[in-house]
Design a protein around this ligand. Structure first.
Ligand code: IMP
Ligand code: MG
Length: 184
């Protein structure tokens, strides 16, 4: 397979594509068991979770709808601004839906706690969260994910959907970005 040019910007590899894929399969199986017979809506938070969403939905073996929302809390830096803005909302009626928010990474928790409150106000049956990565050491909001792929240390990660200034999303593995890239 062709090497990605952007790999030179990684300090180290954190999770290989194979490790991620195994975990996604396991999460998909667990979610399929837990939501059997329910009206499952997978709600992906753009853009970071699109790759995870695409893999996870295929690992889920029960009927599921999908939709997308876009929020912004970051600007182009590596620290959350804490201010969440809705950039794209969902159009469908959420009444009675079992919503599973699909996130790439849970960091301060500001984005998710805002989103969860907003969705709960629209009368779904439930709102739960699956996140591929969890950085519990950085949590500020009182929120936890119902399904977690991997707990990761407090380092800035890119790849498998995660970006720095909109780059690196297409790397198949997840790695730690060289600090000189964002301190330069
Ligand atoms: P929170 O609101 O601080 O929990 O931020 C969550 C969002 O910040 C994630 O959905 C990512 O888009 C972004 N984010 C947090 N940590 C990282 C990281 O290490 N790499 C890339 N994006 C990150
Ligand atoms: Mg995100």
């Amino acid at each position: 397979m062709a090497r990605h040019l952007e790999e030179k910007d990684l300090e180290k590899l954190m999770l290989t594509a194979e490790q991620v894929q195994q975990k996604v399969e396991a999460l998909g199986a667990e979610i399929s068991r837990d939501y059997a017979g329910k009206d499952l809506l997978l709600l992906s938070v753009l853009k970071g979770s699109v790759i995870f969403m695409a893999d996870l939905m295929r690992a889920i073996t029960i009927p599921a709808e999908i939709d997308f929302m876009a929020v912004s809390s970051y600007g182009s830096g590596t620290k959350s601004s804490g201010v969440v803005r809705i950039i794209k909302d969902i159009e469908i009626d959420l009444e009675g839906k079992e919503i599973l928010i699909v996130e790439d990474i849970l960091d301060s928790g500001a984005t998710l706690s805002y989103l969860k409150e907003l969705l709960l106000g629209r009368n779904p049956s439930s709102v739960k969260v699956v996140t591929l990565l969890d950085k519990p050491s950085r949590r500020k909001a009182d929120i936890r994910a119902d399904y977690v792929g991997f707990e990761v240390p407090d380092e800035f990660l890119v790849g498998y959907g995660l970006d720095y200034a909109e780059k690196y999303r297409n790397l198949p593995d997840i790695g730690v970005l060289k600090p000189e890239i964002y301190t330069a």
